[in-house]
Design a protein around this ligand. Sequence first.
Ligand code: AR6
Length: 173
Amino acid sequence: MKNRIQVIQGDITRQTCDAIVNAANTSLLGGGGVDGAIHRAAGPDLLAECRTLHGCQTGKAKITKGYRLPARYVIHTPGPIWHGGGRNEPDLLASCYRSCLELAEAKGCRTVCFPSISTGVYHFPLNQAAGIAMETIGEFLASHTLPAQVTMVCFDGTTKGAYDQALAELTKP
Ligand code: AR6
């Protein structure tokens, strides 16, 4: 199952895959960070489709087409804002990864790319977020054949280091 997860450093908007995940906000109407980069690369039709979705709750996910992106779909998920850990942030972050994987599976996606959800302006502690991401993805893949491959696309070396370590620490083979 570990061999179905990889960690790379790069720009998620450049990935050719069935679906990329957007670390969105609950409005689904765009923002900064990876969300801004995805909307810029996809073009205005993405925002037009997002307007029809009427937002999304934290920890849930909604899917759109990828428009000008090399990815076929974009799965939008609002991660939790870190408030110190006492507001269910870990469970909500796990729920983001699970909800995205469920949607990807339902659409028949073989390859899915994730960014590091919530560890930018939402300030979720990086190492803890990486552990939650890898545990949740690993658990999902152990019981589902799709997606066949999940890639964590890390924008910088520090982020990649955290996800590399979390993947190495996954207990199941
Ligand atoms: N490819 C891959 N990762 C990226 C890219 C990229 N092109 N650009 C940034 N990252 P953030 P959040 C990394 O702040 O913490 C938005 O305004 C970035 O370095 O984008 O979930 C939304 O609208 C970091 O490691 O997302 C929300 O309001 C990671 O992506 C809010 O930010 C996540 O950082 C969501 O905050």
